[in-house]
Design a protein around this ligand. Structure first.
Ligand SMILES: [Zn+2]
Length: 351
C-alpha cells in the first residue's frame, strides 16, 4: 500500500481565489470482498462483441460478484461462451490432475484448439486504488453533485464529487472498489452511468442514470431535466429581435464603385431588441431590408450574388424621410468593402 499526493498549486502555479488544490491517491489497498473470501469467487464469462458478424470479439473469466479476474484472465472461444454465463471450465494447472485434459493439451501447454487460453489462478490478495482531489477556494458553477458508476473498462469503478461555490470541491474515485455494484448495475456494455444535479447559469439541471457523455432524442423524459431559475426570463420572456415593417416597399438604385448598377426593393423596418413582456427595457433601431433582382449583386468571385440583406440607418435619416437614399449609399459602401476583401473584379476588367 502506498500514498501519493500532488500539490497542483505548486505544480501549475497559484490560481486566483484558490487556497488548496491537491490530488491524492492510495494505491494497492487490499480489497475486503468478504463474501468472496467466505464463499469463493463466482466465475462468469465476461467479454465483448461480436456486434456484427465478422467483428472482433473476446471472452475471459471474471468473478460475477467482485469483478476480480484470474491471472491470466484467459481467452475463451466467443462462439462457445456467452457473456454472463457461469464459467464451469478448467483452469490452467488443472490438467496436471486430469488425465483427459493432459491428453488434450500436451505437456506444459495451456492453449486448447481454437487459440483458447485457460484462465489462471485467482489472485490471493486483490487490491484496488482510492483517489481524489480537493479544492478549497473558488471553483466554477454554483453547485454540483454527482455519482458515476463506471462500466467495465472505465478508468474509475465508482466516482463522486461535490462542488459548492465559493467554498471548493471534493472529487473521489475508486479503482476496483465497488466492482460488485458495477457488475450488478451495468453487467454489459461500456457506457458508464451518472446521477447528478447542478445549479449553474440560472438553471437547475439533473441527470438520472444517464449514459455518460451521451444524449439521445429517445431518452425517457426523466433522464435529463432542467428548471430555469431566471425569474426575469420566466416573467418577461427571452430577449430577442422582432421586426415591424413601417414603410415601403420602395424602389432604389445602388451604384457600385466598379460602375455596375442594380435596382432593388427597399423596406423600412423598426427593429426591437428586448423581452416580449418588458417594454421599458427594449431597445429600438431602424433597419432597411433590401431585395435585389436575380442574380443579385456579386461580391465573391464564383459564389453567386447576394439577393437580400439589411442595413441599419440612423433615426435622423428616417425623420428627414431620406432613409431610402441613405440606405442605397450604405449598401453600395458595404458591398464595395466586401468586394475589396474577397478580391472581386468585374468581368470586363478580367484577363
Ligand atoms: Zn469474487
Amino acid at each position: 500500500m502506498w500514498w501519493h499526493s500532488i500539490d497542483y498549486l505548486k505544480r501549475d502555479g497559484r490560481q486566483r481565489g484558490m487556497l488548496v488544490h491537491r490530488g491524492f491517491s492510495l494505491h494497492r489497498v487490499p480489497r475486503l470482498m468478504l463474501w468472496c473470501r467466505l464463499r469463493g469467487h463466482r466465475p462468469v464469462v465476461d467479454g465483448y462483441g461480436p456486434h456484427k458478424p465478422g467483428l472482433d470479439a473476446a471472452r475471459w473469466v471474471a468473478c460475477g460478484r467482485c469483478g476480480v479476474r484470474p491471472d491470466p484472465q484467459g481467452s475463451l472461444d466467443p462462439d462457445g461462451w456467452e457473456v454472463g454465463q457461469s464459467y464451469d471450465g478448467p483452469y490452467a494447472g488443472d490438467e496436471m490432475n486430469d488425465p483427459l485434459m493432459r491428453a488434450l493439451l500436451g505437456p506444459g501447454n495451456t492453449v486448447i484448439k481454437g487459440g483458447m487460453h485457460l484462465p489462471g489462478r485467482w489472485p490471493a490478495t486483490p487490491t484496488g486504488t482510492l483517489g481524489g482531489e480537493l479544492v478549497i477556494g473558488r471553483t466554477f458553477g454554483v453547485f454540483s453533485a454527482e455519482v458515476t458508476i463506471g462500466a467495465a473498462g472505465a478508468e474509475h469503478t465508482l466516482a463522486a464529487h461535490l462542488r459548492v461555490w465559493p467554498f471548493g470541491a471534493l472529487y473521489l474515485h475508486t479503482e476496483g472498489f465497488g466492482a460488485w455494484l458495477q457488475r450488478r448495475l451495468i453487467p454489459e456494455g461500456y457506457t458508464s452511468r451518472a446521477i447528478n444535479v447542478s445549479v449553474d447559469d440560472w438553471a437547475i439541471r439533473w441527470q438520472l442514470w444517464a449514459r455518460e457523455g451521451e444524449w439521445s432524442r429517445n431518452d425517457p423524459w426523466w433522464m435529463h431535466g432542467r428548471i430555469s431559475l431566471d425569474l426575469v426570463q420566466a416573467l418577461f420572456g427571452p430577449k430577442r429581435y422582432s421586426y415591424e415593417t413601417v414603410d415601403g416597399p420602395m424602389l432604389g438604385w445602388v451604384t457600385m464603385p466598379e460602375g455596375d448598377s442594380h435596382q432593388m426593393q427597399l423596406k423600412l423596418e423598426r427593429v426591437r431588441l428586448g423581452r416580449p413582456r418588458l417594454n421599458r427595457a427594449a431597445k429600438y433601431h431602424w433597419s432597411v431590408e433590401w431585395t435585389a433582382d436575380s442574380p443579385g449583386i456579386e461580391t465573391r468571385p464564383g459564389k453567386g450574388g447576394i439577393i437580400s440583406a439589411s442595413v441599419r440607418v440612423p433615426d435622423e435619416a428616417v425623420e428627414a424621410r431620406c432613409w431610402d437614399v441613405l440606405a442605397c449609399a450604405l449598401i453600395a459602401r458595404k458591398l464595395g468593402e466586401d468586394r475589396t476583401r474577397y478580391g472581386y473584379r468585374p468581368e470586363n476588367m478580367e484577363g
